[in-house]
Design a protein around this ligand. Structure first.
Ligand code: AMP
Length: 402
């Protein structure tokens, strides 16, 4: 029997869902509800018979998930006629409490609630998704899969900020890292592509999507990552600045009278590619750059320079690197970024073959044959990883009961 998992990814004003067969990773249907709690919204359902777009008002995540279930009934596959093995929830912040996925119960909900101060936009949405799914599927096990869990292997010297120690511990201020589900999937897929066991490999993985981060992974375990206490630190992103001088906050306050909320909004929503060139979608940015727009060119150069710095830093952290791996929307598709961010690193054994870089699809090698460091493109599949991890948790819980 297929291991069908309903994967729920509840964002602050959106809800993504996917019905995944966890064995082969096939998505039988997926969809997105947008503008939850913001007046008129939309639901887009990709079912077996094509795409369906509905307009509606979705007051909260409960209403959004109910609408998604109606879409399953109308356009397939009807969830009322399949057996779900689990509902898998993406939960953004698991703090130091969760180093692995876990069954949703009262204690887990309380722990995720206690972490709301660390992820004020995401964790409440994730909690709403879990509460709704529990109500709609009371007999199906619910599993929380945390974005932060993969990075719980970071050593204290990698996750500790140089701030007053006792105070930092009291307030749980440290580097947590995100995109863990993607790193877990991509590290395994990179090992498959190289035909080598993951425990033998040192990888630098670059997850370049709307949000972007880098990770140094040794033997399948994260040893460093560019996002920190929140998903703002590190690489340049669609609308997020990534690294800035922390004194910027005080400067803006002193010189311009800005509030903390204004600075937070600036760095999270008005910066990155959008701040530099007025556009956060990478495809549009690259189009403008090739059309000669100087702002787009500078944005591209800042973006790639930041990636290059992290590749160098993580090379030093790992000592030996077997592969540099590109993933997510930009990493998988933008040959220009892959070429520019790794240019001139031949002395480190890193090179990109122009013809390989320009073409191809799926998991692939884009470095020349015989390179010391393989350069790979590996499409990520967070939904499949969540489904897989959810089935593992449910199976382990079942085995423990027997
Ligand atoms: P993700 O968050 O992984 O969905 O990635 C979204 C980002 O990937 C957006 O900035 C898109 O513009 C970018 N992206 C998607 N497809 C392409 C493509 N074919 N070429 C360049 N960038 C792309």
């Amino acid at each position: 029997m297929a291991d069908l998992v309903l994967v729920v990814n509840a964002g602050s004003s959106s809800l993504k869902y996917s019905l995944v067969d966890a064995g082969p990773g096939t998505a039988l249907a997926s969809g997105l509800v947008e503008r939850i709690g913001e007046g008129p919204g939309t639901l887009t359902h990709h079912g077996p018979d094509g795409d369906h777009r509905t307009e509606g008002t979705y007051d909260d995540h409960g209403a959004a998930l109910c609408a998604a279930l109606e879409a399953f009934e109308a356009h397939g596959p009807a969830l009322s006629s399949v057996t779900l093995r689990a509902v898998g929830h993406r939960v953004v912040h698991g703090g130091a409490e969760f180093s692995a996925p876990a069954l949703v119960d009262a204690a887990l909900v309380a722990a995720v609630e206690s972490l709301v101060p660390l992820a004020p936009l995401h964790n409440p949405a994730n909690l709403a998704g879990m509460a709704t799914a529990q109500r709609l599927f009371p007999d199906v096990p619910q599993v929380a899969v945390f974005d932060t869990a993969f990075h719980q292997t970071l050593a204290p010297h990698a996750y500790t900020y140089a701030l007053p120690h006792a105070w930092v511990q009291e307030h749980r201020i440290r580097r947590y890292g995100f995109h863990g589900t993607s790193y877990s999937f991509v590290a395994g897929a990179a090992a498959d592509l190289l035909g080598r066991p993951l425990p033998e490999l040192n990888l630098v993985v670059l997850h370049l999507g709307n949000g972007a981060s880098a990770a140094a992974i040794r033997a399948g375990e994260s040893v460093d990552t560019s996002m920190g206490m929140t998903p703002l630190e590190g690489l340049v992103m669609g609308t997020r600045s990534g690294d800035v001088d922390p004194a910027l906050h005080a400067h803006l306050h002193r010189e311009l009278g800005w509030s903390v909320e204004q600075v937070d909004g600036l760095l999270n929503r008005e910066s990155g590619l959008k701040g530099l060139a007025g556009v956060n979608d990478f495809r549009e940015l690259d189009r403008r750059r090739t059309d000669g727009d100087p702002a787009a060119r500078l944005a591209f150069e800042v973006y790639c320079h930041r990636i290059r710095k992290y590749v160098g830093a993580y090379y030093a952290v790992l000592g030996i690197v077997d592969a540099v791996v590109f993933t997510a929307g930009v990493g998988e598709n933008a040959a220009s970024v892959r070429a520019a961010s790794l240019a001139g690193l031949e002395r480190l054994g890193i090179a990109v073959d122009p013809a390989r870089n320009a073409g191809g699809s799926g998991p692939r090698v884009i470095s020349p044959d015989g390179s010391d460091v393989a350069v790979l493109v590996v499409p990520t599949d967070e939904e499949w990883e969540i489904a897989r991890q959810a089935v593992e948790v449910v199976s382990a819980a079942g085995a423990a009961r027997e």
